[in-house]
Design a protein around this ligand. Sequence first.
Ligand code: CP
Length: 305
Amino acid sequence: MRHLIDIFDLSPAEIDEMIAVACDIMDKPQEYAHKCEGKKLATLFFEPSTRTRLSFEAAMYELGGHVIGFSDAGNSSSSKGESVSDTVKVVSCYADIIAMRHFKEGAPMVAAMKSDVPIINAGDGGHNHPTQTLTDLLTIHREKGRLDNLTIGLCGDLKFGRTVHSLIDAMSRYSGIKFVLISPEELRLPSYMRDMMAEKDLDYVETRDLEAAMPELDVLYMTRVQRERFFSEEEYLRLKNSYILTPDKLTNAKQTLSILHPLPRVNEIATSIDSDPRACYFSQALNGKFIRMALILKLLEEAKK
Ligand code: CP
């Protein structure tokens, strides 16, 4: 059974193929409108979500399929003490494919070991978020026309930001990528990620200074400082305004810069930037639906084999 737990579960060739399918769906949605007739997606969300859950659900509806699931684990039997393994074993009797978000790192992997249907990791704690990464790759590809030879700034909460970790993993497989890691000391990329980057001899620099880094960036990936991951409210309050992207900070940016953000945002991008042609974060959210359609199609096709 093929699952998507980690972005490395997909080869670069498969990602290219999925990007091509997502673009084809955008052009010819009617050709895909019945592809999943008779199929059910279960969305098991143990943590809040707007984009990931709703784009998965919209994706399945637009493929002609159905959706079951929960968005509040308090209404599921996990609130009575049921394990993730048991929940998934049971839900795989009712659904053909499962998208799961969980606050515990590794929970979707545990689910995959028990499931009789494909499991998609829709975000596990501060660990990984591979379908956000597919969304980001599709967005970068559409904006830049390529996934190689880019300087990518990742800014904000690089410690807990699972979207950052998955995106670095994904981009580590393309040539000519330079990473500029922009964060306060307290929210640096975890050492296991920095060790991986050193082992792979990836080109990266760390800085606290967003404005100094700005001129060389092709892509700026902003992130939210995630209140829910902090052990101390005081520490969160001290760090939450570390970076606020305002129009003046773009003075020295390239005209071709693409500004991405996985969303939700709090205040790290001023709303006055939304109308700047370089702001891509709302089209990025739309792209999420199309790449998830491509992913559902791929995993259901593989499940037939
Ligand atoms: N980007 C993202 O995962 O958003 P949600 O938490 O709203 O799903």
